[in-house]
Design a protein around this ligand. Structure first.
Ligand SMILES: NC(=O)c1ccc[n+]([C@@H]2O[C@H](COP(=O)([O-])OP(=O)(O)OC[C@H]3O[C@@H](n4cnc5c(N)ncnc54)[C@H](OP(=O)(O)O)[C@@H]3O)[C@@H](O)[C@H]2O)c1
Length: 310
């Protein structure tokens, strides 16, 4: 246990209010549970009303009374605005935002993938890149959905809730749930890596220009020639962009603690249940960052609970 983890565990939580996106299942649901266990009032959000209310019913049935539901499709600006209005009326502020909702950007032949029996180390290192190509289909349409969910969705929700986060008296925390696929060293092209690590000059416009070039190359079948990552390309680039956005926002809002985190290789639907860790383990890093003390780090990337290189 590092000192940041211990400091987060000691943070007073009375009166804190948190929003978690994509929280009807998986790591998001576990984040809701762990924040609620610590006494935070949590708004569990989900794009699908019935899946969200089913999750709330379950949480109420196991004794969590400090959780409530609000619909939120991170791809829909009207839905983000409606959540902001609800929070303004009910709480008048927001202390914690966990941008957790995510999409894989690919269509997978589940049976084919299972038959390959890829070991976790090959998944994580990217060694399985060639092996999986036959069972993973990358379409331009899915790549657009992926980037719109993972990068633009997080940005959309952050922007809609920023006025409320600014009203948090404890200094708000934003946690962007990223992935180890976001690590810059996984991008073959040095120029793209340099562009996205130029923190001083990064802004949304620059990030989105890179994403635009990426989508264009994907559409034209030029990913390899363009030096883009070949393992889950859209997912990887959407999370690279999310990390860059984390750094931009951390610089822009010094009164907040804004970080991004790889939750671990967790067994959930997004990786076709190939992961090896539990959702409870996967929630630990995001929850630690949601409860950082005022003196905690901002603008960093964490591999679970440990600070790591972008
Ligand atoms: N599992 C891992 O090993 C792993 C590793 C690295 C990073 N992550 C990240 O962890 C986060 C959580 O994923 P997970 O592993 O818990 O996968 P999951 O169980 O598949 O959960 C994904 C969640 O995102 C929601 N979602 C998708 N599109 C949405 C939208 N437009 N609006 C609102 N919600 C939306 C899903 O809702 P529906 O139920 O309606 O589809 C679901 O609740 C993701 O950001 C993922 O990239 C996971």
């Amino acid at each position: 246990m590092g000192s940041i983890t211990e400091a987060a565990a000691d943070q007073p939580t009375a009166g804190l209010c948190a929003v978690v996106t994509g929280a009807n299942k998986g790591i998001g649901l576990a984040i809701v549970c762990q924040l609620a266990e610590r006494g935070v009032t949590v708004i569990l959000t989900a794009r699908d009303e019935s899946r969200g209310t089913a999750a709330i019913r379950y949480l109420h049935s196991v004794g969590f009374t400090n959780v409530l539901f609000h619909q939120l499709d991170v791809r829909d600006p009207l839905s983000a605005a409606s959540l902001a209005r609800f929070l303004a009326g009910r709480f008048g502020k927001l202390d914690i935002l966990v941008n957790n909702a995510g999409a894989s950007g690919v269509i997978v032949n589940d049976e084919g993938l299972k038959a390959l029996n890829i070991d976790p180390a090959s998944w994580l290192s990217g060694k399985a890149t060639n092996q999986v190509q036959g069972v993973i289909e990358h379409t331009y349409e899915n790549a657009v959905v992926c980037v719109d969910t993972n990068y633009f969705g997080s940005k959309r929700v952050t922007e809609a809730l920023l006025p409320l986060l600014r009203l948090s008296t404890s200094g708000a925390r934003i946690v962007n749930v990223s992935s180890l696929r976001s690590e810059l060293r996984r991008i073959p092209d040095e120029g793209i890596r340099a562009e996205l690590s130029d923190v001083e000059n990064l802004d949304e416009e620059r990030i989105e220009k890179v994403l635009g070039r990426f989508l264009e190359d994907l559409k034209e079948g030029r990913l390899e020639a363009g030096g883009w990552p070949m393992m889950l390309p859209a997912y990887s680039m959407s999370k690279v962009a999310l990390n860059a956005y984390t750094r931009v926002m951390a610089r822009r809002c010094p009164e907040m603690r804004i970080n991004c985190v790889h939750p671990g290789f967790v067994k959930t639907d997004i990786n076709w249940n190939t992961g090896v860790e539990t959702t409870e383990e996967g929630a630990k890093g995001p929850v630690m960052l949601a409860l950082l003390p005022a003196s905690g780090p901002s603008g960093h990337y964490f591999d679970k609970t440990t600070m790591a290189e972008f």
